[in-house]
Write a new protein. Structure first.
Length: 168
């Protein structure tokens, strides 16, 4: 079961909206691979060239504010982002991310304690975040067993499909 995420940090500030995460001009694209090519394009044009599977986005407050479009979470997951840590999230983005299988954790002051390129290890069950580069430990709000089961299933739809298949 998915419990530990380890990767390089990409650090951003406050109020990163869904249009910065996935610009609206690409909304006609639906294939996750095509969508992934535009991840974080509105704020960091180098992101897709530098991100590797498992890397972690760290942000200040209100990450994912703005529209309710699922594309923002889809693009991060498709780009291989292992988790998003922020002081706070836009409410709809947070739920979209969980439903689509992208780990997101509220971690107070993580933004001020992390630099781009730091290696982070995140325990989703306990909420412990270790900055391996700086030797620091932070505490995120741990995810419930139910949310971890959604993430481990790859999202809520695959979890429900699997559940219904076992019932028949």
């Amino acid at each position: 079961m998915l419990k530990i995420v380890k990767g390089k940090a990409f650090v951003y500030g406050a109020n990163i909206d869904t249009d910065q995460i996935y610009p609206g001009r690409f909304l006609d694209q639906t294939d996750p691979e095509a969508v992934a090519r535009h991840a974080m394009e509105g704020i960091d044009p180098d992101f897709v060239r530098e991100v590797t599977p498992g890397d972690i986005i760290v942000a200040s407050t209100n990450f994912g504010c703005g529209s309710s479009r699922e594309h923002a979470a889809v693009t991060l997951k498709a780009a291989g982002v292992g988790a998003v840590l922020a002081d706070s999230f836009g409410r709809i983005f947070f739920r979209n991310a969980i439903n689509l299988g992208l780990p997101v954790l509220v971690c107070p002051d993580i933004h001020s304690r992390t630099k781009r390129g730091d290696i982070l290890t995140v325990d989703l069950a306990t909420g412990q975040v270790r900055n391996e580069t700086r030797g620091l430990v932070a505490r995120a709000e741990p995810l419930s067993d139910y949310i971890i089961s959604i993430l481990a299933s790859g999202g809520i739809k695959p979890m429900i499909r699997r559940s219904l298949a076992h019932e028949s």
